[in-house]
Design a protein. Structure first.
Length: 80
């Protein structure tokens, strides 16, 4: 409708530039948001894996302290 209005009313290059700028800005912001969401997902995945490994390490150390041997610990961890 903006283009139609520009054609039917007095066409002004400054108005056209403003519309193009606003559309470009909206497109750029959306692209930036999507890239940010993707980076956040990747960072969350990496942090989640690291946290899971840390929890597993703590569990293993706790089981060693309780006197379980490596075979018993491996069996427990494989069962979940």
């Amino acid at each position: 409708s903006e283009v139609k209005n520009m054609l039917l009313e007095e066409w002004n290059i400054d108005d056209a530039k403003e519309v193009w700028y606003e559309e470009g800005l909206e497109d750029g912001l959306e692209k930036g948001r999507e890239e940010g969401r993707e980076e956040g997902r990747e960072e969350g995945e990496v942090l989640g894996i690291a946290k899971g490994r840390e929890e597993e390490r703590k569990t293993i150390l706790d089981l060693v302290r309780q006197g379980y041997n490596s075979e018993q610990i491996e069996s427990m961890l494989s069962r979940g």
